[in-house]
Design a protein around this ligand. Structure first.
Ligand code: ADP
Length: 387
């Protein structure tokens, strides 16, 4: 991404001087840039091109003018729980009374509609734009999968079509009369053209967020989700570097699937049985084990059993947060009820308030609200669990 900010093109080289600059196409940074010939021909600085760009910015500004905070959810690779965190944080914020939008731009693998319980619903086009689907009165969801014709596969879409769609999402979704307190954006894994486009569109849409001495990004912040093992963390370093390069403030790192935690009463138990003289096979003795515990030590049944699944490497995600000087938001254990809530499309913290991952998830939501406060009519901050 270019360091020149505002009008650099999404696929421009580092150090881009901007397509409307007098040096466009001629500066040393232009060598090898895919836009070099268009820039040197003046295509981007013609009066018509400048008017078109300004019109695009004006539309972006209008569409997001009523959104207080835009939060990007990022992960280095797929399968680490990015959509889970996006959806469940959005659900939790909405149940605390905030007006929340959940925008799924994970175009190649949209899983938000299922997780938010709105799978198969469709968006309607009105004069004001696309009307999102409401998971509850406070939670509006917009996803590529609402727009796909049956059998259409977004997976094969190429860059320009994806970027065009992301722009349409940001410009044409009607988030409702009252606007939004939080817009949570579930992005694709990794750092790709889509991420660069989103950041640039948000910079165009929310120039008021950008100041010389503080925030330099139209996005309010990014949540970076990782699992604790090195393979996942190596990719997360790239995400953190992306945020640094694009000036998106990092709200913090969420360490997900950090060990398995389950109530003892929900565990299965196995006994090893020897067959053919030497081969051991496990057989299920859960009923026996649970009735023994009920009889001999019932208090154990309500305890939480924990096991490490992914061995943390080095200082783990917490150590990485310290190294990059960004907040560590907390760790979520592998919790079968969290998976179930996502499968059933319900709010995990509401449905399973005493499940092992509920309290850490609520603490993460508290930290997000503290970092990006929304004041009520009396100028008071609200929505914290630990008030
Ligand atoms: P990503 O968006 O990073 O590809 P997902 O959010 O789709 O990953 O998560 C992958 C799968 O793992 C989903 O089925 C999700 O419900 C499950 N999952 C994620 N985090 C947890 C967790 N902490 N405990 C249990 N299941 C989880």
């Amino acid at each position: 991404m270019s360091s020149s900010g505002g009008d650099a093109l999404s696929d421009a080289n580092d150090g881009c001087v901007g397509p409307t600059s007098a040096d466009a196409g001629k500066a040393s940074a232009c060598a090898g840039c895919p836009n070099q010939s268009a820039c040197s021909s003046g295509a981007f600085s013609s009066p018509a091109a400048i008017v078109a760009k300004e019109e695009e910015r004006a539309v972006l500004r209008t569409s997001l003018s009523d959104v207080s905070h835009v939060i990007l959810v990022l992960s280095g690779k797929g399968g680490v729980g990015k959509s889970t965190v996006s959806t469940q944080v959005a659900q939790a914020l909405s149940s605390r009374g905030f007006s929340v939008g959940l925008l799924d731009v994970d175009i190649c693998g949209p899983s938000v509609p299922r997780m938010a319980g709105v799978v198969g619903r469709t968006v309607h086009q009105s004069q004001r734009g696309w009307e999102p689907v409401y998971a509850n009165p406070n939670l509006a969801v917009m996803s590529i999968s609402f727009l796909l014709e049956e059998g259409d596969a977004a997976v094969v879409w190429r860059g320009p079509r994806k970027n065009g769609l992301i722009k349409q999402f940001l410009t044409e979704t009607d988030w409702g009369d009252g606007g939004l307190d939080y817009l949570i954006v579930d992005t694709p894994p990794g750092t790709s053209d889509e991420h660069i486009s989103i950041v640039q569109y948000l910079n165009d849409a929310r120039p008021m967020m950008m100041s010389d001495d503080g925030n330099k990004s139209g996005a309010s912040g990014a949540i970076v989700v990782t699992t604790p093992e090195e393979v996942s963390m190596a990719d997360v370093r790239k995400e953190l570097n992306f945020c640094k390069k694009t000036s998106v403030p990092v709200l913090g790192i969420v360490e997900n699937m950090s060990g398995l935690q389950m109530r003892v009463s929900d565990l299965s138990f196995f006994r090893e049985r020897i067959i053919n003289g030497s081969e051991t096979v496990p057989f299920d003795c859960t009923d026996d084990a649970l009735s023994l515990l009920r009889e001999k030590c019932p208090e154990v049944l309500s305890m939480i059993a924990a096991a490490d699944v992914f061995p943390p490497s080095g200082g783990g995600p917490r150590g990485m947060a310290e190294k990059f000087n960004v907040p560590y938001l907390g760790k979520l254990p592998l919790d079968p009820n969290l998976l179930k809530a996502c499968e059933d499309g319900v709010s995990f913290v509401e449905k399973y308030p005493s499940s092992p991952a509920a309290s850490p998830l609520n603490a993460i939501v508290d930290k997000i609200i503290l970092a990006l406060p929304v004041e009520d009519e009396d100028g008071e901050q609200h929505g914290l669990m630990q008030e």
